[in-house]
Structures are given as structure tokens and as C-alpha cells.
Design a protein around this ligand. Structure first.
Ligand SMILES: Nc1ncnc2c1ncn2[C@@H]1O[C@H](COP(=O)(O)OP(=O)(O)O)[C@@H](O)[C@H]1O
Ligand SMILES: [Mg+2]
Ligand SMILES: [Zn+2]
Length: 280
């Protein structure tokens, strides 16, 4: 690919705990999985680097505890990183700067205008007692919109695009099924036309038929809007369905990455082989 990535992540590191003499040496950490038995420090993300290209879906797959959600939370500024860098290339004034070193106001701008986030648990992405329209308006207001009539019509269009029926748009998400809640979250995440969307286990816990429905919706959005997406799942079947390229994580590290088809056909790492064979 000769295109410039829209998002570059470089050596992102996130640890919980101060580390000790047994685990602080980057090249020789004495860990059990991602955890130092001596001091209790968890190395949730170690040396994570990848590129996201315009219009692609990048999959991140790995077992529970491999660091996928921590990575998403760091990228979306929900959590502070320990060290590392990320760069957004989308016509921003502060393009060449590490986004983690930007002011809180600039980070807010990126969160509101450049990123959308869909959490595994809709409670983290939605106000369950607000109306669905109100949930979306909140994000539109955060981006500087003030015209109530405009916001209402934009919200309705967004909810319509994720197949929430008109007569239920004033209802609060707490009344909705899991699949509908995820669809409202997706609509909210799309509300300021962000070029980059993060989706963390969006379909985990949904019934299979509902899962298929939400996956179809994600594919359709990607096709129609050309948004770049990072799709995180423990489930390789989900990644296979969505992702052009895939990154495999284990114990906080990237152990393999490449075209999804290539990884499925010829997995290199023993852990990836196990993931792939369990699909068959
Ligand atoms: N606030 C925290 N304090 C300590 N450890 C944490 C915290 N949040 C996550 N972890 C640990 O970080 C590791 C990665 O977790 P997570 O990113 O949720 O993995 P995944 O999303 O791949 O299941 C796990 O070992 C988890 O226990
Ligand atoms: Mg997770
Ligand atoms: Zn230690």
C-alpha cells in the first residue's frame, strides 16, 4: 500500500503498577502472561505499533485479557498511556504531533470530531435514561452544534441509518434489546462523521442472529461511508467477516499481523494456528 495511513500507532505501552527489578527490563521481563508475580504489575499493552489506512477495517483479535480493550481505551483517551505515540493524518493543524502529547482541548477535539467509539458494554457509550435522539444530540453539541431543529433531524437520520424505527427514537436505550442498544451506540459514534471508528467487541454477548445483523450493518457503513475502522474481538469469526487486515495480540503484545486471508490460510504463530484451527 502506498497510501498514507490515517492513524499510526507507535510503541504504545500501558502498564498497571510501577514495575520492579524483575520486570522493568523491556528486553527481559520475567512475566507470567502479562503479569509480574514479584510486584503485581500488569503489562497490558507492550510495544504496540500498527497503521490504519483510509477506508480499511483493521481487526484486532486475541483472547480475553490480551490487552485489546486497554489499547482502545488508550487510543480514545479514556485511559492514560504509560508511553508511546499516535499520529493522525487527516488535515489537522497538529498533524505531525504525537496525539498523546496534545492539550486536553485538542484531545477533546479529536474525540469529538475524528474518532467514534463503540464499547462492548453500551452502558459506557450511552446515557441509558436519555432518549436515543438525546444521546446523539449530546455528541453533536459536544462538537459545537447549537441548532435544535438541525440536531433533531440529524439524529433521526442517523438512527434511521441503523434501523431504529421512527416511533421509538424518543425512547431511552434502557428499554431496548442488546442489539438495538449497540445500533444506537453506532449511530452516536457516527454523529460527527468521524474518519476513524473504534469498535470493541460490539457483538459479544448478542444472539447469533442479532450478531449477524449488527455485523452486516458495520460492513454496510464501512462500504457507504468509507470510514476507517479498528474492530476488536476475541472471536476470529467476527474478524474474518469484517477485517481486511488483522493484528493478533497475546499477553499485551502483537504476535502476528497481516492480511486477514493470509493469516487464516497460513497462520505463523502457534497461538494463531490454534485460533484458526478452532474455527474449522
Ligand atoms: N485498571 C486496571 N488495573 C489493573 N489491571 C488492569 C486494569 N484494566 C485492565 N487490566 C488488566 O489488563 C489486561 C488486559 O485487559 P483488557 O485490555 O481488558 O483485555 P481484553 O480486552 O483483551 O480482554 C488484563 O490482564 C486485565 O486484568
Ligand atoms: Mg476487552
Ligand atoms: Zn515486577
Amino acid at each position: 500500500m502506498h497510501e498514507e495511513p490515517i492513524l499510526q500507532v507507535r510503541n504504545l505501552h500501558k502498564q498497571f503498577g510501577p514495575g520492579c527489578s524483575r520486570c522493568s527490563n523491556k528486553l527481559d521481563r520475567q512475566l507470567e502472561k502479562n503479569y509480574c508475580p514479584n510486584c503485581g504489575t500488569v503489562y497490558a499493552c507492550q510495544d504496540i505499533s500498527f497503521d490504519l489506512f483510509p477506508g480499511e477495517i483493521l481487526g484486532i483479535v486475541g483472547e480475553s485479557g490480551s490487552g485489546k480493550s486497554t489499547l482502545m481505551q488508550c487510543l480514545y483517551f479514556d485511559a492514560d498511556i504509560t508511553s508511546g505515540a499516535a499520529f493522525i493524518h487527516d488535515g489537522l493543524a497538529f498533524e505531525s504531533q504525537n496525539v498523546f502529547e496534545l492539550s486536553s482541548q485538542q484531545k477533546r477535539f479529536i474525540r469529538n470530531r475524528k474518532y467514534g467509539m463503540v464499547y462492548q458494554n453500551p452502558v459506557h457509550g450511552l446515557k441509558m435514561n436519555f432518549s436515543s435522539v438525546g444521546n446523539i444530540a449530546e455528541k453533536l453539541i459536544a462538537a459545537g452544534n447549537r441548532n435544535v431543529a438541525d440536531m433533531e433531524s440529524t439524529s433521526k437520520t442517523l438512527l434511521e441509518s441503523v434501523h431504529i424505527p421512527l416511533f421509538r427514537m424518543k425512547e431511552a436505550p434502557k428499554n431496548f434489546s442488546g442489539g438495538m442498544q449497540q445500533r444506537v451506540q453506532i449511530a452516536k459514534a457516527l454523529s460527527n462523521n468521524p474518519p476513524i471508528l473504534f469498535l470493541d467487541e460490539v457483538t459479544t454477548g448478542l444472539d447469533l442472529s442479532v450478531q449477524a445483523n449488527v455485523l452486516d450493518l458495520i460492513k454496510k457503513i464501512q462500504r457507504e461511508l468509507g470510514i476507517s475502522m479498528v474492530v476488536v474481538s476475541h472471536d476470529l469469526a467476527v474478524i474474518r467477516m469484517l477485517a481486511d487486515r488483522t493484528v493478533v495480540m497475546l499477553n499485551g503484545r502483537i504476535i502476528e499481523n497481516g492480511l486477514t486471508d493470509q493469516i487464516l490460510e497460513d497462520p505463523q504463530h502457534a497461538y494463531t494456528q490454534q485460533l484458526v484451527y478452532s474455527l474449522l
